[in-house]
Design a protein around this ligand. Structure first.
Ligand code: TRP
Length: 409
């Protein structure tokens, strides 16, 4: 998810919606509404489909497994052509998963985990290959970092991702700077895309201007390329158009609108997509978390004491001004950050619903929610830290070696 916050972009999205408090593109997400982005409106504006009960039921039917709580709770809320992917799965036809991350020097925060946790669930549930793109080139073009620094930083990020439990036999992780030199087919796919997208089109989608460096203008083709299996001949035995499903946060959708647009011009299949909402900062849902402010988020290197302090000190409360008033009128779960974090990470549906009811009635105070959240996050972050210690350079390099995975094509 882009936390590149450098250039203010005037995209068409913004111009189309003068009254809209929300702004979303790959580099900027902001809203003036306390309950956060209006996602229903975003679906209309982006032209995607909402994830409804019928789709959720169908996923459970075809997989024979309960869906991830991210789906039940509307955290993954939007999609493009998920039914096509389920048709393929029913017919035992292949598809693969693609997601990615722009490496950043700061440790990954909880919000960064969301797409990866869900991607791992998809990989486990559907038993399919996964490619993970580390866009070190994107960060070089947009941020003030050297290529050498980015190489180091990307490796650290890759280890964080591996610590979430991805299966090496099913997962290929690559950094753009390295992979482009290892695999001519990747560069060929990129240039094929570049030939079929005009400057006017990327200007319309991303808002690039005359003074943006030309690397930025060409970059969307690099993020688009892994949507086509032609970019991974070692995994897909040279087959160029195996279908692809991309789990990502909704701010990445502009890249894939472009990709879906160009696919038929290359005689390739459009990638399907499944989109998540943003993870709120500790200060509240008015913005996505930023890695640059350590107090805006829980990061993967936080100690148990830091987790406790940050939540107690910064987590925005949906409670009332006084205990008396709170007991009488109840708290507001929609803006209470502790409740929102529990919604992302507390798996027990019944427990979450009881907390919601009791807090809304005023039987529970914000302090209770914070206590619940602190224990939960200390446990989750602690487990990731334990696994992270076992991820050596050697293991990371094995994930990043171009190779055949355990699937035959
Ligand atoms: N641009 C994304 C970021 O800044 C990284 C990325 C590359 C990505 N390919 C992707 C994200 C595919 C989701 C899906 O974080």
């Amino acid at each position: 998810m882009g936390d590149i916050e450098t250039n203010q972009i005037e995209s068409l999205d913004l111009k189309d919606s003068n009254q809209d408090p929300d702004f979303v593109d790959p580099w900027n997400v902001h809203t003036s509404s306390a309950t956060g982005i209006d996602y229903a409106k975003l679906i209309v504006r982006f032209g995607s489909s909402s994830i409804d009960d019928a789709l959720i039921n169908r996923i459970e039917t075809v997989t024979g497994k309960p869906v991830h709580h991210f789906l039940k709770r509307g955290i993954f809320f939007s999609h493009r052509e998920m039914h096509r992917i389920l048709d393929l799965y029913e017919q035992k036809k292949p598809f693969y998963l693609y997601t990615g991350r722009g490496p950043s020097a700061d440790a990954m925060h909880l919000g960064h985990l969301v797409p990866f946790v869900f991607t791992k669930w998809l990989q486990d549930t559907f038993d399919v290959p996964l490619v993970i793109q580390m866009t070190d080139d994107e960060k070089y073009l947009w941020k003030d970092l050297t290529i050498d620094d980015l190489k180091r930083v990307a490796l650290e990020n890759v280890k964080d991702i591996i610590a979430l439990g991805f299966d090496m036999e099913k997962t290929f992780i690559f950094c753009d700077f390295t992979y482009i030199g290892q695999c001519p087919a990747f560069y060929r796919t990129i240039v094929q895309i570049q030939k079929h997208v005009t400057f006017n089109q990327v200007k319309g989608i991303f808002g690039f201007g005359e003074s943006d460096n030309i690397g930025k203008i060409a970059f969307p083709a690099v993020q688009a390329a892994p949507s086509f299996s032609s970019a991974f001949p070692h995994i897909f035995n040279g087959k160029p158009d195996l279908p692809c499903l991309i789990p990502c946060a909704i701010d990445q959708d502009p890249y894939f609108r472009m990709t879906r647009d160009v696919a038929p011009r290359l005689n390739l299949q459009k990638p399907a997509l499944i989109h998540s909402i943003f993870f709120p900062s500790l200060q509240g849902a008015t913005s996505k978390m930023s890695s640059s402010d350590p107090n805006s988020s829980i990061i993967l290197t936080d100690t148990p004491a830091q987790i406790k302090n940050k939540i107690n000190k910064y987590a925005f409360s949906g409670g009332r001004a006084t205990v008396e008033e709170h007991r009488e009128k109840g708290g507001n779960c929609d803006v209470d950050v502790s409740f929102q974090y529990l919604r992302f990470f507390l798996e027990d549906d019944e427990k979450l619903e009881k907390i919601r009811k009791d807090y809304s009635k005023g039987d529970l105070l914000t302090g209770h929610l914070k206590k619940e959240l602190i224990t939960l996050l200390q446990d989750i972050v602690g487990k990731i830290q334990e696994r992270r210690k076992t991820v050596t350079d050697d293991i990371a390099n094995q994930f990043m070696t171009p190779r055949k995975l355990k699937f035959d094509y």
